[in-house]
Write a protein that binds this ligand. Structure first.
Ligand SMILES: Nc1ncnc2c1ncn2[C@@H]1O[C@H](COP(=O)(O)OP(=O)(O)OP(=O)(O)O)[C@@H](O)[C@H]1O
Ligand SMILES: [Mg+2]
Length: 238
């Protein structure tokens, strides 16, 4: 079964959409439209495919996400009233789980999030999930081995919950991700870029890996239009 993003041009590059119940990594530098991609994934899911979605925002506030979505014509507040969409920021997570010392410092751990999500997924019946971003969770860990173990356990947990998830992560250089472990545990990696192509700055999207399906491996340009991301699946950037 495929979970369609509904993002113009993407599903055909991915052989029809994300294989269901997979953990998918979306990586890119600052300002590369990662959050917008995530918002469209859950918004389209609810509006076009009747899938309930959860968007966890750990870097931006709820209001900031609502405002960004609105500028592309997506009314997330109205969608929340239908029960098909749930937007939660750090503040809401903090008030809904047992506080511990680390939470007071403003950082959430994978375990905190797992406890919170178990209840939320059960209550809402969500099948799509976005976490923006897991780089923010990584700050909780000072030990890389522990981070790797926790992230691995978290990915397994997500699959057991039968959700198709999108984990957003910051890219530091080329395709290196923030903690350099995310790419091994995820089922797929989509990389967004903003780069100089023959003297012109262009936004790009590349699918580096996708388990359980054939996918198109080339780099494609995309535009941000007034309704969001539009990928040109015909044009390839070499
Ligand atoms: N209405 C709009 N039309 C076109 N482009 C826009 C519009 N609003 C924002 N942008 C562009 O979208 C980009 C921001 O997208 P987004 O916030 O999704 O990126 P991001 O990768 O999540 O960034 P960050 O690393 O800050 O989290 C900005 O670079 C901005 O240039
Ligand atoms: Mg963002």
């Amino acid at each position: 079964m495929r979970v369609k993003s509904g993002i113009e041009g993407l599903d055909e590059l991915a052989g029809g959409g994300f294989p269901n119940e997979t953990v998918n990594l979306l990586s890119g530098p600052a300002g590369s439209a990662k959050s917008l991609f995530g918002i469209q994934y859950v918004y389209n899911g609810a509006v076009d495919f009747n899938d309930t979605g959860i968007f966890i925002t750990l870097e931006e506030s709820r209001d900031s996400v609502l405002r960004a979505a609105k500028s592309y014509g997506m009314d997330l507040e109205a969608l929340e009233k239908t029960g098909k969409f749930h937007l939660l920021d750090f503040g809401e997570i903090r008030t809904n789980i047992d506080m511990d010392q680390e939470m007071e410092l403003g950082v959430v751990s994978f375990k905190n999030l797992r406890d919170f999500l178990t209840k939320l997924i059960q209550k809402t019946g969500a099948t799509r999930l976005v976490i923006d971003s897991i780089s923010a969770i990584g700050l909780y860990y000072s030990n890389m081995d522990e981070l790797r173990r926790e992230l691995f356990a978290f990915c397994r947990f997500l699959k057991s919950q039968k959700v198709t998830s999108l984990l957003i992560t910051e890219a530091v250089e080329n395709h290196k991700t923030r903690f350099d472990v995310e790419q091994f545990v995820a089922d797929s990696i989509i990389s967004l870029g903003y780069e100089n192509v023959d003297g012109e700055y262009r936004r790009t999207l590349t699918i580096y890996k996708m388990r359980f399906t054939k996918h198109e491996p080339y780099k494609h340009p995309f535009l941000i239009t007034k309704t969001g991301i539009e990928i040109d699946s015909e044009e390839i950037i070499y």
